[in-house]
Design a protein around this ligand. Structure first.
Ligand SMILES: NC(=O)c1ccc[n+]([C@@H]2O[C@H](COP(=O)([O-])OP(=O)(O)OC[C@H]3O[C@@H](n4cnc5c(N)ncnc54)[C@H](O)[C@@H]3O)[C@@H](O)[C@H]2O)c1
Ligand SMILES: [Zn+2]
Length: 380
């Protein structure tokens, strides 16, 4: 039986490329690279986790196709997404005399993809690179769109370059080894695509969330494909992130604020985005932009995915303060992506008064529902 596969085209003129989603595609890398016409010199950038799980398959395939591949292994984790790690990669490429027709492969999650993509963007003013994303976040988000970069001690993603990959090869089978918490966190970005661009897709998620959570192959292929299509379409309209691309930040204004308040430890990114989406929808509802049904549908699917939806205990000052540091603040105003209905969003500046009013109403609702739960508990 042939396994289903799909291809998404990212239309960016002479920088266009394909995203191929196919179970087992890691075994075909060598043959596919041969067709793209690179020299036989390749570098595989990875970390100890993905190196152990998937590098042998990739290297076997590369050597069968006649590639001479060196491996650069960077320590695991966000803390390795630094200029120093980029320097390690660049030194290895230079020592092996890489030239413009050599190719760099990023095998791993978003950290490896952003870092290796950045090294490829600046080595010899740009060499080709291929994304082999192995987390759901990387498959539906970071590997698509050409944003590469590293962190500085004072902030995340402060140094970077736009550099499109020459191809993205997604093997959904790699998701089977992903820790449950990482896999579920990636679903937040998938739900986001439904809200910002496609109500039908959102309805599909509502109906199939339990199969998706069980990693059933057909729904998983479908959600990766549709997510990549939506991101590709948004990026094709606005490659350099001037305007439209900002709709991808839905859930991220409050999400980033919560990540900051949690000291980057308590919530992982997708969890913070899940809460951010539900709360930004609630805010939109309180501003009269959308109906309460939008909020309840979103909340239900977020919870069914195994993600959190409720705000942790924060004061208005804490939340508003953290929102000011968000990069979506322009000319002193906090901009937020707000749903009008499922499938359509607008980007609007927020004013302090309405956020304060909404958060106060939220807190009051929380207190009163806790009291009524207690009253009900008392009767039984
Ligand atoms: N460039 C963009 O547009 C963009 C978009 C979204 C996120 N990002 C960046 O992506 C990064 C987050 O990416 P992430 O969530 O993939 O984190 P990650 O790369 O740190 O991966 C998460 C963890 O999963 C492990 N892992 C990866 N693949 C695995 C597999 N198949 N099986 C088992 N374990 C595996 C990793 O070693 C790591 O410990 C952040 O740095 C963020 O800034 C970039
Ligand atoms: Zn995100």
């Amino acid at each position: 039986m042939t396994m289903p596969e799909s291809t998404v085209k990212v239309a960016l003129g002479d920088r266009s490329y394909d995203i191929l989603i196919k179970p087992g595609v890691l075994r075909e890398i060598g043959a596919r690279l041969s067709r793209l016409g690179f020299s036989r010199q390749a570098a595989l950038v990875t970390n100890p986790v993905t190196a152990r799980l998937y590098a042998p398959t990739v290297k076997r395939s590369l050597s069968k196709a006649g590639f001479n591949a060196l491996t650069v292994t960077i320590p695991d984790g966000e803390r390795s997404k630094t200029l120093r790690s980029a320097g390690v990669i660049l030194d290895r490429l230079a020592a092996a005399r890489f030239e413009r027709q050599s190719v760099l492969l990023a095998l791993g999650g978003g950290v490896i993809g952003d870092l290796a993509g950045f090294a490829a963007a600046i080595y010899a003013r740009g060499i080709p690179f291929i994304q082999l994303p192995t987390t759901l976040v990387a498959q539906v988000d970071s590997s698509v769109g050409g944003k590469t970069g590293v962190n500085l001690p004072v902030g995340k993603n402060l140094v970077g370059a736009f550099h499109q990959p020459r191809q993205v090869l997604i093997d959904p089978n790699t998701l089977r080894t992903l820790p449950q918490r990482e896999w579920v966190a990636g679903l937040a970005e998938v739900i986001k695509y439904g809200v910002i661009a496609d109500e039908q897709f959102f309805t599909y998620l509502e109906r199939h969330i339990s199969e998706i959570r069980r990693l059933a192959p057909e729904p998983v292929l479908r959600i990766i494909t549709r997510s990549c299509e939506i991101k590709a379409a948004v990026v094709a309209e606005d490659e350099w992130e001037s305007d439209r691309r900002r709709i991808l930040n839905f859930g991220h204004t409050i999400g980033h604020a919560l990540e900051t308040l949690g000291g980057y430890h308590r919530l992982i990114h997708g969890e913070a985005v899940a809460i951010g989406m539900v709360q930004e929808a609630a805010l939109a509802c309180s501003l009269g932009l959308c109906t309460a049904e939008v909020v309840s549908r979103l909340r239900a699917v977020v919870l069914a995915a195994g993600l959190p939806a409720d705000l942790p205990r924060v004061t208005f000052q804490q939340l508003w303060g953290a929102m000011q540091h968000d990069k979506k603040v322009a000319l002193g105003r906090v901009y937020c992506v707000l749903p009008e209905h499922i499938g359509r969003v607008v980007i609007l500046p927020l004013d302090e008064g309405s956020v304060r009013q909404w958060l106060t109403a939220q807190s009051l609702r929380r207190v009163s529902s806790r009291m009524s739960r207690r009253r009900r508990g008392g009767k039984t």
